[in-house]
Design a protein around this ligand. Structure first.
Ligand SMILES: Nc1ncnc2c1ncn2[C@@H]1O[C@H](COP(=O)(O)OP(=O)(O)OP(=O)(O)O)[C@@H](O)[C@H]1O
Length: 543
């Protein structure tokens, strides 16, 4: 299809009058065994005149009709038949909504014929794609805003809108339930991907910081706790819980011990400390980058640093507590004033949001319904990823996903099954897609508490922990040898049971330098140079 499209501009079959015929055709094909049987029966028995045979024929016909309906419904599970059905729905939609022109005919009595606006429908990688030809036609403006109506017509979720010269493509996804994960399955990588559904990965380096919004009971806490399952495996997480409810008890678990803060003063101080830590990390990264002679400083993970997340539950209520308790108040004496001010806290948050990405420091903030003045614009606009769960007001959707022409709806059931944590996921400025939060397994099989208790506690790197590590190419360049020669020396060392670091770093450098120097000075072989340094077998202690 890709080949046909690129060479001949062939996009599939256009939606048109022929799509009316697919349902009768399907019914006829399904009825063929029945019709065939009775045709052969009457042919051989010649029993046309026997009323009993006709009664039997009608009765079996009725039973068969029920069978046809049942089979037809089962066939909808197959994409081929679903595509036929969606094509019929799309044709009907186009006709009903005036995306048609009447074909002119010289014969006044001729049957009215319709010409549909150029529309294609295809199915690829579990996505349905509707393509409209624009080419300046009179429907152009309406076709650019049609996605919301199509979502309702198909009961599918639009996940992408792709512009092409003369065409607009809308991509719809099905199978939300097929893509949901269990809370226990959440995983991620330090290089920027936390998997939230089978087909949704939060690229926290590409689209840093996350805002979770949801009405009360919508599933924010469960989502945050599920995310912790993934994040704690490879990063450090601090939690600010101004409500002092959902997270404070977790402070007893080693992996989160002293990483949960709930008093306004300690939460504010923590953010100021995180900001200082960020500045210090930038310093470390600059040093490492310089040691590696990089032209440009890379992201934190290339220097072996862990990501660091700060989760803030009920962010607006945290902000008002900061303003109340740490803000400037006329008449407050110096003794009554807190050691830190609300301005310092706000400035720390802004700096983390604006500069945290490269240093690997990310904020995850949760809020209930959100109003435009709840969160300062600098902060809000730079929180690039947004998720909603449960019921939310239209104002909240407008703030989170501005300019989206989606018809946001609150869904509690899918295919008759009660679901929790249903909402939308999107990147600031792009069209959001439907989202289903990782599902919490029944308490008899899984509890967050037990899961966190089984996790090892990771620490952020101190200045002493940070060593410059090199790729093979970089390390070989530093020694002035070919990477293949480096491979040969490494193998000779490993054969002699010498343990090397996983990633070659400054600590390994002097040993390699000595081996290279010995070889060059004595004109020996690499093997002799290695044996000279580590002996025939490194692990054997010689007398
Ligand atoms: N992903 C999920 N899987 C299973 N159950 C869920 C899920 N999300 C929510 N629930 C159910 O809904 C209840 C409320 O969810 P949760 O506490 O996360 O809501 P919330 O948005 O944090 O509410 P509040 O704002 O009032 O704190 C949970 O106790 C749980 O029973």
């Amino acid at each position: 299809m890709g080949f046909l499209k690129s060479f001949f501009g062939f996009r599939g079959f256009k939606i048109g009058n022929k799509d009316k015929m697919t349902l009768p055709l399907e019914v006829i094909i399904l009825s063929l065994p029945f019709l065939g049987f009775w045709f052969v029966f009457f042919w051989f028995t010649k029993a046309y005149t026997t009323p009993a045979t006709w009664i039997l024929c009608v009765v079996t016909g009725l039973i068969y009709a029920f069978g046809v309906v049942a089979v037809y419904r089962q066939l909808q599970k197959f994409s081929f038949f679903r595509v036929l059905k969606y094509r019929r729905m799309l044709r009907f939609f186009l006709e009903e909504n005036g995306y048609v022109t009447e074909k002119k005919s010289k014969n006044k009595d001729a049957k009215r014929k319709l010409k549909y606006v150029e529309t294609f429908f295809s199915y690829k990688d579990r996505a349905y794609i509707v393509t409209f030809g624009l080419k300046g036609n009179k429907h152009q403006q309406k076709l650019l805003k049609i996605s919301g109506d199509l979502e309702i017509t198909f009961s599918l979720d639009m996940i992408d809108m792709i512009d092409e010269t003369g065409y607009i493509n809308y991509k719809f996804m099905s199978g939300l339930l097929d893509n949901v994960l269990k809370s226990s399955e959440i995983a991620g990588t330090p290089k920027g991907g936390l998997q939230l559904m089978k087909d949704v990965v939060w690229d926290y380096i590409g689209n840093p910081h996350l805002m979770i919004a949801g009405g009360t009971g919508g599933g924010k806490t469960v989502l945050m706790r599920s995310m912790l399952i993934g994040l704690l495996k490879y990063s450090v997480v601090d939690i600010l819980d101004p409500k002092q409810s959902d997270f404070v008890p977790l402070n007893e678990i080693p992996v989160l011990k002293d990483r949960i803060f709930s008093e306004t003063l300690e939460m504010g101080q923590r953010l100021i400390d995180v900001k200082s830590f960020m500045d210090q990390r930038y310093g470390q990264m600059r040093k490492l980058s310089k040691a590696k002679k990089e032209k440009q400083m890379e992201a934190f993970h290339t220097y072996g640093l862990k990501p660091y997340f700060i989760m803030v539950d009920e962010f607006p209520s945290f902000m008002s507590a900061v303003e109340d308790e740490l803000g400037f108040k006329m008449g407050r004496s110096a003794e009554e004033r807190a050691p830190i001010s609300s301005m310092e806290v706000m400035s720390a948050i802004k700096q983390i949001i604006l500069k945290g990405r490269q240093a690997g420091i990310f904020m995850i903030i949760a809020t209930q319904n959100i109003k435009s003045d709840d969160i300062p614009t600098t902060i809000r606009d730079n929180i690039m990823t947004r998720v909603t769960v449960g019921r939310l007001s239209n104002t909240s959707y407008d703030i989170l996903f501005p300019n989206s022409n989606k018809n946001f709806k609150y869904i509690k059931e899918i295919d008759g099954r009660r679901v929790f944590g249903m909402g939308y996921y999107g990147v600031n400025g792009e069209s959001p897609r439907q989202f289903l939060s990782p599902q919490m397994p029944p308490a008899k099989d899984f509890t967050f508490w037990d899961a966190y208790e089984a996790m090892p506690r990771l620490e952020l790197e101190t200045e002493e922990d940070v060593v410059v590590s090199y790729t093979k190419q970089e390390f070989a360049e530093k020694l002035g040898i070919h990477p293949r020669t480096l491979g040969e020396i490494t193998k000779l060392l490993v054969d002699r049971e010498f343990e090397l670091s996983k990633e070659l770093n400054d600590g390994d450098l002097s040993l390699f330098e000595r081996i290279v120097a010995f070889k060059n000075q004595t004109k020996s072989t690499w093997q002799e140079a290695v044996v000279n340094e580590v002996g025939e077998k490194f692990s054997v202690v010689e007398d």
